[in-house]
Design a protein around this ligand. Structure first.
Ligand code: ADP
Ligand code: MG
Length: 314
């Protein structure tokens, strides 16, 4: 069985070694991911690719700090747009080279994607997403006073800026993505969760200083374009209960009810596996056929039902 699949590639699946993340390292990692994605195209899937941008945003924020005296700092919506551009460029290059090598007719194209959020989203009252570098206490206090940052102590490792992570409401460029798909393009969209935008009273869209979770944005995109399958690729082959403990149990096929029960029991960690399972459930609730969590290498097998954690309506 084939169809339209949204493939979400995690920052972790992309950043092989964050300490050695030069541009050529990034290209090499993207090239490896591209091989797996093109395999899906070759087996008949229509593909929309989304990707994370955590390490890349971190690098821009560090540049902001180092050049604060000479260049105005980039706001988070600018950072989102910039990383969609650079990572989208890497994927276009790698995917198109691989598509040509296999003589497949598709062309990959990247869409700078905005995602609508609600300015009344409770997330704005409780910023929770840590971004950028670690700071000493004094530095954090100064950043809070001078730059107006929200800062938190991050599990004994120092202080970090936190920003709001609101829920996506709609993908602004969904029609463009659909049209490109109909014309046979392999579309790269909603990179880094998309650029968060809010609508003013007069109906204008403005960029927001926030970060949308990549898994939730991918589920929103999958819903908005009527995808059959949401394939979330990370650095573990499956989700597990009792993860990392003596009772660890890797999960094959789940109903949404099973997944809800594991979520409620706290089996999936905040900020890593939990948003993936939540995104999978949101997608299924809104009409999706199947949501899968697995790693890059297992992607083709997962789509034919022999790998990954597959959540399917019973
Ligand atoms: P990505 O960049 O792909 O979003 P994350 O780090 O956010 O990656 O999420 C993947 C990580 O989730 C895995 O590396 C694993 O350590 C962690 N994780 C937390 N809970 C679980 C679980 N129950 N089963 C499997 N992995 C889990
Ligand atoms: Mg993640």
């Amino acid at each position: 069985m084939t169809g339209l699949v949204v493939v979400a590639v995690g920052g972790n699946a992309l950043a092989a070694d964050p300490s050695r993340d030069t541009m050529s390292d990034q290209l090499a990692t993207v090239q490896d991911a591209a091989l797996h994605v093109v395999e899906l195209v070759e087996s008949g899937w229509q593909v929309v690719l989304t990707h994370g941008n955590g390490p890349q945003i971190g690098a821009i924020l560090r540049q902001n700090e180092l050049s604060a005296e000479t260049v105005p700092a980039m706001s988070l919506d600018f950072c989102g747009a910039a990383t969609q551009g650079t990572i989208g460029y890497l994927f276009e290059t790698a995917l198109n080279n691989e598509l040509r090598r296999r003589q497949l007719p598709a062309t990959a194209v990247s869409v700078v994607t905005q995602v609508l959020v609600d300015p009344a989203d409770p997330a704005f009252e409780a910023p929770s997403k840590p971004i950028g570098t670690f700071m000493e206490r004094e530095e954090a206090v100064r950043a809070a006073r001078i730059l107006g940052w929200d800062v938190v102590e991050d599990s004994g490792r120092g202080y970090r800026r936190v920003v709001a992570s609101p829920q996506p409401i709609a993908i602004v460029q969904r029609e463009a993505v659909r049209t490109l798909l109909e014309q046979g393009f392999l579309v790269i969209a909603a990179g880094g969760g998309g650029i968060p935008m809010s609508e003013t009273a007069t109906g204008a869209l403005v960029g927001v200083e926030a970060v949308i979770d990549k898994d939730h944005a991918s589920a929103q995109l999958a819903t908005d374009i009527g995808a059959d399958t949401l394939l979330i690729l990370t650095n573990v082959p499956q989700a597990a209960t009792g993860f990392g403990g003596p009772q660890e149990h890797w999960l094959d096929e789940l109903t949404p009810e099973d997944a809800e029960a594991h979520l409620a029991a706290g089996e999936f960690a905040e900020g890593s596996m939990k948003p993936k399972v939540q995104a999978a459930l949101d997608f299924l609730t809104r009409g999706g056929r199947c949501a899968i969590i697995t790693d890059l290498d297992s992607a083709p097998a997962a789509l034919v039902g022999t790998a990954g954690t597959r959540i399917v309506r019973g």
